[in-house]
Design a protein around this ligand. Sequence first.
Ligand code: C2E
Ligand code: MG
Ligand code: MG
Ligand code: MG
Length: 274
Amino acid sequence: MELIYKTTQVETELKNALEKEEFRLYYQPKVNLSTGKIEGMEALIRWEHPEKGLIPPAEFISFAEDSGLIFPMGEWVLRTACLQNKNWMKAGFSPMVMSVNLSVRQLYQPNIIDMVCGILEETKLAPEYLEIEITESAMVDKKRVIEVIRGLRRLGVQISIDDFGKGYSSLQYLNEFQIDNIKIDQTFIRNCTTNTNNSTIVKMFIEIAQRLNMKVIAEGIETKEELIFLQQNSCNYGQGYLFSRPLPPDELIQFFDKIEQLTPQEGISKNLYN
Ligand code: C2E
Ligand code: MG
Ligand code: MG
Ligand code: MG
């Protein structure tokens, strides 16, 4: 009984938080490991609780899923991330791909493709600048996963498998799902330079993915040694505290490249959009 009561209470709090706009998106750069350039960003949700401070997603996503609140929350995340990406482009920064995490339940949301399509139209973000990350553990109902991936790809959106290697997916899935990128789970990256099993597994993941024409991202890079190991083994992209923690947008722009100085005309339009 106690558990049921608590769950309901959290759900009510989450609903209020959404209405009161207490959620924030932080962004973590994705770095091209051969050029060192930032080519992407991953949007990661936080709850800025008025009393408890910043709450990480691990503490509330599952409650949002259980209550169905993940649908409006997921829509808010997607809209905010797409708008942010569009605004960075308008401000003259090099175009980047924005990655948004999709939860298991959202995969089964009947109108998920229409929702994504609607937000792309609304924000006028070109679909190639959006990537959807689906965690490997969500890939249980093969038929549904194929259907959603197909629908998203038809829109022109990129797909990546998150936390690769951690869940139940078989290598067969890599063949049957049309995936653009795989993100090697950070537990394999951790100690990949000192643990020979992890180093072998990471090398194997990179090779399999690239032979299947996918790009590979290593998540959770924390040390220079891990970075060098990944570069030596031709891993395409990397993300991790070594480069940057997830940050709010205003703290991130210090990392960005200006494509070129804004012309006066662009300067004016920049002000118009902000
Ligand atoms: P994820 O998508 O696998 O995101 C990577 C997590 O690893 C993030 O945690 C990030 O802050 C953390 N991380 C990045 N680099 C490092 C590193 O070098 N070392 C360590 N130790 N950790 C690192 P975060 O932000 O707490 O998110 C946790 C998970 O919550 C995400 O895992 C994702 O599955 C989920 N999540 C986050 N935002 C959203 C969202 O908007 N919607 C949904 N459905 N899920 C989300
Ligand atoms: Mg992710
Ligand atoms: Mg991950
Ligand atoms: Mg994860």
